[in-house]
Design a protein around this ligand. Structure first.
Ligand code: SAM
Length: 393
């Protein structure tokens, strides 16, 4: 009897509002002190460690170190400024044009790429290799980098007398998707996700007939406009030559209208996410956005395949190491394009890039579809994934 009265007393106490309030208070205090609030970079590191250690096995440790170390830049020469003076300045810094450098036969210095077991994927006398070299020579771009192991930084670019900046600083590997597009002077080109605009500039420097530069974000499109103003002479900033829009790329309506389409999608931007707190896609409030990235990327690539003319080329690119955002997106988009829209496209060979640019970049040897530039302490560019697709006629 006494025991049951004691139980009833305790139950009443627990149910009383005062007791409940105190208890809740104590619980909240406990949550707040026990649940660590991780920053974006910390969450990114957790994600990368658990996913990439599986994807890259024992190579992940070196990759991780490179990603967490200082990134290297390239200086893409503004061909609309005074290229001779600019290249003289860049050479005086002992940097070299990686596009010129790679014309030579593979080097003999003991860089990691040269000392690694070498798979001769596309011998220098093979037809695909020769075609790629010819296309690259015609590309007429110029981008300076410091040699492997040299971690100097370029000074900010200066303006010439007409106010145009001499070079654009970017991850030099992000020129590879542009080069893979092999743009010709008579081409109409679409850059579906264009801001802030480094690749758009490179496309314009290849003298394409017309460039549609689009990005869904209005603020980023404004940044793109400012970039074009700082690098393009006034007479080229016309509607006939370049059109800037802020449309949702997944709903692109101009079907079959472009010779070349670049689909440089939003992604987990691995390097940025591991270092920067600002605009970090790994923070908890952006989990949904991050998880739905592959679906958005697939929709954007499908839009690109719709926009390109039959026989034309699309390049899909990301700055992530993730297979889910790279190969798997390409495979899914090809499957849906064929089954749901009757658009057939195929992956094109880019392996000569590995051989031609091996002195500057560290390529992933085991890439199944497309090419992936891996960060490395002595060549700390990337990650950049790029894959070339040709729509059937
Ligand atoms: N190509 C750019 C360059 O070289 O400077 C970088 C592009 S960035 C990797 C991806 C861009 O996709 C972001 O600027 C983002 O605003 C844009 N984006 C995201 N969703 C989009 C959509 N639905 N349609 C078009 N652009 C989109």
């Amino acid at each position: 009897m006494a025991a049951s009265m004691a139980v009833r007393f305790l139950v009443r106490r627990i149910q009383s509002p005062i007791y409940t309030a105190r208890r809740e208070h104590r619980m909240k205090k406990k949550w707040a002190s026990s649940l660590p609030s991780l920053s974006g970079p910390q969450l990114a590191l957790q994600y990368c460690d658990s996913n990439y250690s599986v994807q890259f096995g024992e190579d992940w440790a070196a990759l991780r170190l490179a990603l967490l170390s200082e990134q290297k830049y390239g200086a893409m020469v503004n061909l609309f400024s005074r290229p001779e003076a600019v290249t003289a300045d860049l050479s005086a810094l002992h940097s070299e044009d990686f596009l010129m450098m790679e014309e030579e036969s593979p080097g003999t210095d003991l860089t990691p790429a040269d000392s690694a077991p070498h798979r001769d994927l596309t011998p220098a006398d093979s037809a695909p290799h020769r075609d790629t070299v010819t296309a690259l020579h015609a590309a007429a771009l110029s981008c300076y980098t410091f040699p492997r192991g040299d971690i100097q930084r370029f000074p900010s670019p200066r303006a010439d007398l007409s106010g145009l900046l001499g070079y654009y600083l970017m991850d030099a590997a992000s020129l590879l998707p542009v080069l893979a597009l092999n743009v010709q002077p008579d081409h109409r080109v679409l850059d579906l996700c264009a801001a802030p605009g480094g690749k758009s500039l490179a496309l314009l420097m290849q003298n394409c007939r017309f460039l549609a530069a689009n990005d869904v974000s209005v603020s980023r499109t404004n940044r793109l406009r400012r970039v074009l103003q700082s690098y393009l002479p006034h007479h080229l900033r016309t509607e006939e030559r370049v059109r800037v829009t802020s449309w949702d790329g997944t709903e692109w309506e101009e079907h079959g209208s472009y010779d070349r389409v670049l689909v440089d999608v939003p992604c987990t931007t691995d390097r940025h996410s591991l270092i920067e707190t600002d605009n970090n896609i790994f923070i908890r409030s952006r989990s949904k956005e991050r998880q739905t990235l592959p679906a958005l990327q697939t929709a954007l690539l499908l839009a690109g395949l719709h926009a390109v003319t039959p026989g034309g080329d699309v390049v899909y690119s990301t700055c992530s190491l993730s297979q889910l955002q790279n190969e798997f997106v390409v495979e899914r988009a090809l499957e849906v394009a064929a089954s749901e829209y009757g658009i057939h496209a195929s992956v094109q060979e880019l392996r000569p890039f590995r051989e031609i640019f091996r002195k500057t970049f560290n390529f992933h040897e085991k890439s199944r579809i497309g090419e992936l530039v891996l960060p490395h302490l002595t060549a700390n560019f990337g990650p950049i994934y790029f894959c070339l697709l040709r729509r059937e006629r």
